[in-house]
Design a protein around this ligand. Structure first.
Ligand SMILES: [Zn+2]
Length: 264
């Protein structure tokens, strides 16, 4: 069947891996792609079960729980592997930088540089898919964000800013099921945020049913994720103890990230 780039639909399914990772499986007809296959086994099982041929592997950053299955899957399927130009990852066929794009399953994915969690972390954004799709690895989580292992708070704020301007309808596909813990922290930051309280009830119910809480939408993240809300007075007051006039968003972000690192 003929297809035109941008209009072709594919299904997106989370494959649980390890304790709380999601490997995203994209399928269109009998062709498939995966994002961040930290483990080959769940991908191979899904390909067999659904009779899919893997043609592309997209990687967001170099951590083992995102790349551990790449070489196995590549050698078995011959899939093309794309990933960040700025990181040392075995098996990459194409090294991508922000501003470049890659076509997967007849859909164009724009590459966005999002350093902070790691120094060369990239995200993939399918602007012309309906709705738009974002695969952001360990940068933006549902109601949270990744830890700063290699980058600075300033870099992470710039990275989150680059994602925050995408359409509100964008489906945000992160790589971990950390949502309930993130929401518990967010509620300590903004206990009066009605959208956040609604989200808490909805996502707790989803987990009770054994369902993933992701993808979320960017609009929901903007309304509930404290790390995207460093310019909101309640968020500022939660880390400074007062509402501040001249807002240093980076300082607010850094204080919030530090608070979350110590949150149990
Ligand atoms: Zn990571």
């Amino acid at each position: 069947m003929p297809s035109s780039p941008g209009s072709s639909a594919f299904t997106v399914t989370p494959l649980p891996a390890f304790n709380d990772n999601y490997i995203w499986l994209l399928a269109r007809g009998h062709e498939a792609a995966v994002v961040d296959p930290g483990d080959a086994a769940p991908v191979r099982r899904a390909l067999d079960r659904l009779n899919l041929r893997l043609t592309a592997i997209l990687v967001t950053h170099h951590h083992g729980d995102h790349v551990g299955g790449v070489l196995d899957l590549k050698s078995r399927t011959g899939a093309t592997v794309v990933g960040p130009a700025g990181e040392d990852i075995e098996g990459l066929d194409r090294r991508l930088r922000g501003g470049e794009h890659v076509d997967v399953l007849d859909t164009r994915f724009e590459v966005i540089d999002v350093p902070g969690h790691t120094a060369g972390h990239i995200a993939y954004f399918a602007a012309r898919h309906t709705p738009p799709l974002l695969f952001c690895g360990d940068t933006l989580f549902a109601c949270g964000c990744g830890r700063l292992f290699e980058g600075t708070a300033r870099q992470m704020v710039a990275s989150l800013d680059a994602l925050a301007v995408l359409p509100a309808s964008t489906l945000v596909h992160c790589a971990h099921e950390y949502t309930l813990s993130n929401i518990r922290f967010a509620l300590t930051v903004e206990p009066g945020n009605a959208a956040l309280r609604e989200r808490a009830a909805r996502d707790e119910a989803a987990r009770h049913r054994g369902e993933p809480t992701v993808p979320s939408t960017l609009g929901l993240e903007l309304a509930t994720n404290p790390f995207l809300r460093c310019d909101v007075p309640d968020v500022q007051a939660s880390v400074t103890g007062r509402t501040v006039d001249a807002v240093d968003r980076t300082a607010i972000f850094a204080a919030l990230r530090e608070k979350k690192n110590n949150f149990r």
